[in-house]
Ligand binder design. Structure first.
Ligand SMILES: C[S@@+](CC[C@H](N)C(=O)[O-])C[C@H]1O[C@@H](n2cnc3c(N)ncnc32)[C@H](O)[C@@H]1O
Length: 300
């Protein structure tokens, strides 16, 4: 399946899911900051957060830096941002293959994106930022290690740490409760057992709740926390935007995560996924994932 199309399809799901109280707390926190507000987005994908911060009006003047190790996502993000600007009557232009500036609705943004491993990139970065964003990212990495790096990137600034998965995945309907429970347990365990190329722990299925203690250990102040659950369902048998594709991608992700596990026959997992794809085609599949958003202030 196509990861870039998945990222695009995820935008409307994330728009709905993001916790609006935590968002408002961020807007209020940075309101008095003179612009441009310097924002660093780690694991930025195709820059959905860049366009969202702009659309939602985080600050009248943004200076955005995105980092992602996927070169296709970075290239795709540049095209998406320029297309979005054109489609919405904004003005702006590219200044390089992954950078540009623009004005829209009285708000200006200058952006640059880097294709790099964020850990390596941060190790050599000299700049400091007002806000560090990690959106749908922190549940993929080792929290104690990465939070130290995030805090160091924005001393005295803020962390907007969003869509951190927290241990609950629900698909409805549930034709076989026993199979569903075993499958979800294996899916979550696959997140707990994930390792980096060097064998270090990378992510956890309960990253959301673990973030409280991990943040305290960095000396960060937790200013606001709220649920940002993904909830995807059809209306009159149709899913909004490209969310049927989003669902198909999630079903495939679960299938890939558990299909080699000896606890369940591969054919059983494949049959589960085939049935879930039928539910999507019928518009009967409901999917929910529990996630948390955090606004924090890093130590100065
Ligand atoms: C779930 S996607 C989220 C992307 C984007 N934040 C969004 O929500 O649209 C996670 C992203 O993190 C990136 N990523 C994972 N580990 C990374 C690392 N060590 N350095 C840079 N990017 C990384 C992946 O390439 C992927 O694009």
């Amino acid at each position: 399946m196509d990861f870039l199309r998945y990222l695009d399809a995820k935008e409307t799901v994330d728009d709905r899911a993001l916790n609006k109280d935590v968002w408002q707390a961020l807007v209020d926190a940075v309101a008095a900051r003179p612009g441009p507000l310097r924002v660093l987005d780690l694991g930025a994908g195709a820059g959905a957060m860049l366009r969202r911060l702009w659309r939602w009006g985080l600050h009248p003047h943004l200076d955005y830096t995105g980092v992602d190790r996927n070169p296709d996502a970075v290239t795709h993000g540049q095209a998406r941002t320029l297309a979005w600007l054109r489609a919405h009557g904004g003005q702006g232009q590219a200044t390089g293959p992954a950078s540009g500036y623009g004005a829209w609705a009285g708000r200006t943004v200058r952006w640059q994106s880097h294709c790099a491993d964020a850990a390596e990139w941060l190790a050599q970065a000299r700049a400091r930022w007002d806000v560090v964003v990690a959106h749908a990212f922190l549940d993929l990495v080792h929290l104690p290690t990465w939070l130290r790096w995030l805090a160091a990137a924005a001393p005295g600034g803020w962390g907007y740490l969003t869509l951190v998965f927290d241990g609950v995945t629900v698909f409805e309907p549930v034709p076989d409760p026993d199979l569903e429970a075993r499958l979800m347990a294996l899916y979550h365990r696959s997140m707990d057992e994930r390792r980096t190329a060097t064998g270090a722990p990378a992510g956890h299925s309960q990253s959301g709740r673990r973030l409280f203690a991990a943040l305290r250990a960095t000396g960060a102040r937790i200013l606001a926390v709220g649920a940002s659950d993904w909830v995807v369902h059809a209306t009159d048998g149709r899913y909004p935007a490209d969310e049927a594709y989003f669902l198909a991608y999630i079903v495939e992700t679960v299938r890939q995560a558990v299909r080699e596990h000896p606890a369940l026959p591969t054919a059983t997992v494949d049959a589960w996924a085939a049935q879930r794809r039928e539910h999507i085609a019928q518009g009967t599949l409901v999917y929910m994932a529990h996630q948390l958003d955090f606004l924090v202030r890093w130590p100065a």
